[in-house]
Design a protein. Sequence first.
Length: 440
Amino acid sequence: MEMTIRQKGIQQAFQERMDESELLNCMRCGFCLPACPTYIETGFDETHSPRGRIALMKAVYDGMIAPDEEVEHSLHVCLGCRACEPVCPAGVQYGHLLEEARDIFNEYHPHSMAVKAVRKTVFDGLFPDQKRMVQAVGLLGFYQKSGLQAVARKIGFMKLFPESLRQMERALPEVPKRRTMKNRPQKVAATGKPSAKVAFFSGCLMDTMFLKTNNATMKLLQKAGCEIVIPEGQGCCGALHGHSGEKEKAKALARRNIEAFEQTKADYIIVNAGGCGAFLIDYRHLLKDDPMYAQRAREFSARMKDISQILYELDFHQRVPLEIEEQVVTYQDSCHLRNVMKTAEAPRSLIQAITGAEYREMEKADSCCGSAGIYNLVQPDMSMQILDHKMEKVNATQARTIVTANPGCLLQMKLGIEREGLSEKVRVVHIVDLLLEACE
């Protein structure tokens, strides 16, 4: 087998950086297969299953196959939902293997100048800088409010884009005003006697595009008796970087966040985005080899809780009366919230405590909706195939309200509603927005 210089470099990097003991932990038992969306959607193609991808990684590690485009494609088609991990009897940390492999391939990938420029703008200039994030989201707000959006739709400008992007543009939330995004609190007092001191991870997109949900989160924490600190020095969690082969940049963001939250002396660190929460809790793995931050990362991760979990533990649903207009409500799990943060029962219990909400469990609510960060942009065909099947399960519940716990899932499910023509009948809300609606 003749390998190119690039392929030899990838193989050497696999041997130096991939965890061979973790690769060998996979027993090829197949318990992961029914849990893997891409294995099912591709007609049971083993190269698109967790054990198949691990076999490919091990074969590259051993030099048995060349790390070619087919191997790289298999890794990128993976949603990274990590549904394989809870069902794995050997406890294989598939997500860690996947991120390391993707990072190696990206390091040796011959990106064009245009792609390099886009990646640099997004990963170096936009997400790590909250001021630039505010500016970028502010431009989207101008597009929505100035009449440009209406004109673009009327003259057919949006028809120049793929159908999935046109539908996504219609599903975007209304962006808050720029001055509102800039005026963010650093401390919020508890309502009544404080029961806990929490530090709130406000995030980058959550504190701009989804500002309403962040504000709702803080109001709920107040009502639950939490004194809230919002560290000024925090920034993007690094999930987008970590999932896209920019691991060193993700590490830099992790160190920055650890330093910011250490100063709060809070009992818990609260997050309201399942994707962010999973990456934040994985700082303990991301920085495990960093002598200056390994222990600090473990302490940081140990304090991490999702908003639904802390509200449930503080008996919010028993202390605060919750009521909405009678309607059928269902819940779509955030993959990372369920599979990495191990939070599944708390959001369901909170929803079921709302008077007027007839809760109906969706079949396969624990399977991915196809959002997976920017997966719906880079793998649109597979993403839409998964989404269409998800909407079949939604329709079967006859729900008027779909509840999610992650911004990517929220947008994806809104996209699903657009594709089904149900925007006048069905809504999608973040769980904190539903809970605030129920107690005001």
